[in-house]
Write a protein that binds this ligand. Structure first.
Ligand SMILES: Cc1cc2nc3c(=O)[nH]c(=O)nc-3n(C[C@H](O)[C@H](O)[C@H](O)COP(=O)(O)OP(=O)(O)OC[C@H]3O[C@@H](n4cnc5c(N)ncnc54)[C@H](O)[C@@H]3O)c2cc1C
Length: 444
């Protein structure tokens, strides 16, 4: 068994908070059995923003070497792989054979294990649901045994594990149903929306709908321009639209070599960027062909883009509001943000569809807004006030992005929390799989 080493400061993608962690990097699949018998927590690519992928009191088990492909059927698109395989590694293998991920988050540098544990969603959630809808089986190592689970077999364990943020055990293997594509292009169209009401109308309009929809929102716009956005829609191109070339996205070449000084991202610079982006991207109103990387993974082009926010790091705040309250709730949140002047230049609005069976899965029918905020004095207090708004409007905060929510806020946001807790205590009676996030939120 690979030995745990000394304590190392560890954080998520937002580089906040930093927690001392003991790390291990198993080489062999069956080592997971030994790690599952002691206090531990799996960690994939560390793309969760806060403290979700750090064990609270045991060993953080890095899955980067458990990344073997076990089977791929190019006729049916069924893939079985170890949980440390990344979505990028999958695309490199399957795209040239005419297959694509059924659901993808906004970065391809996440592992299968991380995608299952967060039950990630993409720009097509309103049509197909989240990642777990396409997972036909997982192997889970717990202190009480090894389980094969799916929506049919050990379904209760499966539904506690998808969205369970690693706290039901160590996922060793995942079987996933991929979707067919004809080529590596997307047919895309942009529509400028001068305000929030317009972008919400665009997103709800069946005539404007497409396989994937998303909007980029200018969070600094205020007054009549509050919620000014660029609505983007697209679908995998047909042969007629996009030809038959099938190549996987190239690896990111550019790096951010240093932490940017905090003053670079200020209200004036972000406001200028937002104005420019709105005009440039909003002008692309004729359908055009896009590659997979610019459409799904615009940020992956720069490897360490999280250094953009300087040494103190940043937090991503992502919440969802139900349809009934979305317009008023988003107006209140965006108004509060614009008033604070805290500059987020990466804010993304998506429409979410039906809630899946995952007990702690984030999506619910409505609209989700995700925004990055640099950590400055006042940022955490501002987010506390947004939590109250989100909760009052019947919404919830996404745990995969969270670094600072208060424990008291959780039960109202996640009504299945106590059902999840009951199942978890049965699976993990000694409380071995607890993340720093789980401890902070008093989940276990
Ligand atoms: C730029 C960017 C864009 C993103 N866009 C989206 C998006 O559009 N939609 C979305 O839903 N999410 C999005 N995310 C969040 C990201 O998809 C999730 O946080 C995902 O869980 C990260 O996977 P990872 O392999 O890095 O896991 P980590 O960050 O290492 O871990 C995340 C969680 O998964 C658990 N975990 C990881 N591996 C295993 C395993 N083998 N067994 C059990 N538990 C495990 C960890 O314990 C932890 O709780 C984005 C993140 C970034 C940085």
């Amino acid at each position: 068994m690979s030995q745990a080493t000394v304590k190392t400061p560890l954080s998520g993608w937002g580089r906040y908070p930093v927690v001392d962690a003991v790390l291990a990097r198993p080489e062999r699949y069956l080592e997971l059995q030994q790690w599952a018998a002691q206090a531990s927590l799996a960690r994939g690519m560390g793309r969760a923003y806060g403290d979700a992928a750090i064990s609270a009191s045991g060993t953080t088990v890095l899955t980067s070497r458990l990344n073997r492909f076990l089977a791929f059927d190019a006729d049916t698109g069924v893939l079985r792989a170890e949980a440390g395989v990344t979505l990028d590694e999958i695309l490199q293998v399957v795209m040239p054979q005419g297959w694509f991920l059924p659901v993808t988050p906004g970065t391809r540098y996440v592992t299968l294990g991380g995608a299952v544990a967060a039950d990630v969603h993409g720009k097509n959630h309103h049509h197909v649901g989240s990642f777990s809808a396409f997972v036909t089986g997982i192997e889970l190592f717990t202190s009480t045994g090894q389980f094969h689970c799916s929506a049919i077999e050990n379904a209760d364990i499966f539904h506690a594990t998808v969205g369970g943020m690693g706290m039901t055990g160590l996922i060793g293997e995942v079987t996933l149903q991929l979707r067919r594509i004809h080529n590596d292009r997307l047919q895309v169209q942009h529509v400028p929306a001068p305000d929030l009401a317009t972008v919400l109308e665009l997103m709800a309009d069946p005539a404007r709908d497409d396989e994937y929809t998303v909007a980029w929102i200018d969070c600094l716009a205020s007054g009549a321009a509050l919620g000014r956005s660029v609505f983007m829609r697209g679908h995998h191109a047909s042969r007629e639209e996009g030809g038959e070339t099938l190549s996987a996205p190239l690896p990111a070449r550019r790096r951010l070599p240093v932490d940017l000084p905090a003053f670079v991202l200020n209200r004036a610079s972000v406001s200028a960027f937002n104005g420019l982006y709105y005009r440039r991207e909003g002008a692309r109103q004729q359908p055009f062909l896009s590659g997979v990387a610019p459409f799904f993974y615009p940020l992956d082009g720069i490897r360490d883009w999280n250094r953009l926010y300087g040494k103190p790091g940043f937090v991503q705040y992502q919440f969802v509001l139900p349809h009934e309250t979305a317009r008023d709730g988003l107006t209140a949140v965006l108004g509060r943000l614009a008033q604070s002047g805290n500059a987020s230049f990466l804010a993304v609005l998506k429409r979410l569809g039906e809630q899946g069976p995952g007990l702690l899965s984030f999506p619910m029918p409505g609209y989700t807004l995700a925004l990055d905020l640099p950590l400055r004095s006042g940022t955490l207090t501002l987010l506390d006030t947004l939590d109250v708004l989100v909760s009052d409007f019947g919404g919830r905060v996404y745990l995969a992005k969270d670094a600072r929510l208060a424990a008291a806020a959780l039960p109202a946001m996640y009504p299945n929390l106590s059902a999840w807790q009951a199942l978890r205590s049965r699976l993990d009676p000694d409380g071995l799989f607890v993340s720093a996030l789980g401890r902070r939120l008093e989940m276990c």
